[in-house]
Design a protein around this ligand. Structure first.
Ligand code: PLP
Length: 455
């Protein structure tokens, strides 16, 4: 590029419209506006082609941990690139994937002892589903082929991960392509599907309903897929304390494998390294991605217990091999960055900082409690959802076509904040290393935008 003139913002915007099809985006709307073109990042900030700075309120789709373009991670990436960019795990072992797997098992909940790599959250979930089913085949229960999942679940966009999804607007179109799963009520207390609303007094009626489903389908159940503690894309639905533990107990009672999807919650987001730690739960299978590589490169893994792994051992001809694997499985560049990221957690005392920022976020959210159009505030660590409603008394939602959430985020840009909503829920999901002042800036921007769009 040295002798070539840098494209102008207008050129980049025009080429984006001409060539790029954006995900989860109505392109007709996209084409109608001038879009921000990001060219750089620094700490919690994204910088556009005109030099404007935006606080990255969604950690670049919930991935960023230590901040953008972090010197230590840049160095780890460059050092590894100078040695080896990629070699396959099909038939070869790799230094970086070995070291990372060892480290992941050290920090994972006790009992998870094997790491199967893939390259994004959806595939980590797919691996979990296939692994669970094949495990039952090998242990003499091939009829266990069905999965339980929660209402409003989101586990990715591939056919298998969508099959365990429960968000109508995303998944209904594809229903004819999906395999059928069993939907359990979500512990979404504000709009409780059991009509209860108060976890302190309801005795967790949603767990009773889950148990009934387990009894009804017991013979056929392979596993229960769920996000622990917080259903992210479902609307930042923070689960009541004890729900996860209750699910673990039911899974044990009915021989159902518990598959936790920590793609969004893993790597410190909830205030512990993994969300399941809050309730002392070890899943049978755990999917991780996003924060694993600190937002640098696509990397994912599915962790399994020794019991699951052992069921796949056998003579070659028995066909117990786990027939799954992606081209970029265990990519050395990504593994090297992930390893360095895990060191940085310790070097920078990031977990303590996340806990402080989470308390600060609680206080900042409280300022919105009396807002006439804030129906429900939900928080889990350094993640939160602000559910906007048309009528607070009746909880009547704004019609989705009014795009209130999208409009709040558009308005927030005028205050230097980038966010991305989930329907009428405004999302707070900043880089974990966000500073005290930056968090204030983020919440101020969102508050002004909420006021402007709900007035
Ligand atoms: N699982 C959860 C909980 C997620 O939040 C996501 C993405 O947002 C996924 C899975 C899918 O991950 P990916 O987009 O990397 O395929």
């Amino acid at each position: 590029m040295n002798n070539v003139e840098k494209p102008t913002t207008a050129q980049l915007q025009a080429w984006d419209k001409q060539y790029v099809w954006h995900p989860f985006t109505q392109m007709q709307d996209w084409l109608a506006d001038d879009q921000i073109v990001i060219v750089a990042g620094e700490g919690s900030w994204l910088i556009d082609s005109d030099g404007n700075r935006y606080l990255d309120g969604v950690a670049s789709m919930w991935t960023n941990v230590h901040g953008h373009s972090h010197p230590a991670l840049n160095k780890a990436l460059a050092d590894q690139a100078a040695r080896l960019e990629h070699s396959t795990l099909l038939g070869l072992a790799g230094e970086q994937s070995i070291l990372l797997a060892k480290r992941l098992v050290e920090i994972a909940p006790d009992g998870l002892s094997k790491v199967f790599y893939s390259d994004n959250g959806s595939t980590a979930v797919e691996v979990g589903l296939k692994m669970a089913y094949q495990y039952h085949c090998h242990t003499g229960e091939p009829q266990r082929s069905r999965f339980l999942r929660l209402q409003h679940a989101y586990h990715g966009d591939t056919i298998g991960s969508m099959s365990v999804g429960g968000i109508s607007i995303y998944h209904d179109t594809f229903k004819p392509l999906l395999f059928s799963t069993i939907e359990a009520p979500a512990p979404y207390c504000y709009r409780c599907p059991m009509g209860k609303h108060d976890p302190a007094s309801c005795g967790m009626a949603c767990l009773d309903a889950l148990e009934q489903l387990m009894v009804e389908h017991q013979e056929q159940l392979a596993g229960m897929m769920m996000e622990p503690l917080l259903q992210g894309a479902g609307g930042m639905l923070a689960h009541p304390a004890g729900y996860l533990k209750g699910v673990r107990q039911l899974c044990d009672r009915y021989g159902v494998l518990l598959i936790t999807d920590e793609v969004a919650t893993g790597f410190g987001r909830t205030g512990k390294m993994f969300a399941v730690e809050h309730e002392g739960v070890t899943p049978d299978i755990m999917a991780i991605s996003k924060g694993l590589c600190a937002g640098y490169l696509p990397l994912a893994a599915t962790l399994a217990t020794e019991e699951i792994y052992q069921a796949f051992l056998g003579n070659y001809a028995e066909l117990k091999t786990f027939f799954h694997g992606h081209t970029f499985t265990g990519n050395p560049l990504a593994c090297a960055v992930a390893l360095r990221s895990l060191e940085l957690f310790e070097e920078t005392g990031l977990m303590e900082s996340v806990q402080q920022r989470s308390k600060q976020l609680t206080a900042l959210l409280q300022q919105l409690e009396g807002h006439p159009h804030v129906g429900n505030l939900r928080q889990c660590g350094l993640a939160a959802g602000i559910e906007l409603v048309q009528d607070k008394a009746t909880k009547a939602a704004y019609p989705w076509e009014e795009k209130r959430g999208i409009r709040v985020c558009q308005e927030a840009r005028r205050h230097g904040v980038f966010s991305r909503p989930l329907g009428n829920t405004v999302v707070v999901f900043p880089p974990l290393a966000i500073t005290e002042d930056e968090l204030v800036f983020l919440m101020e921007g969102l508050k002004k935008a909420i006021n402007a769009v709900t007035d």
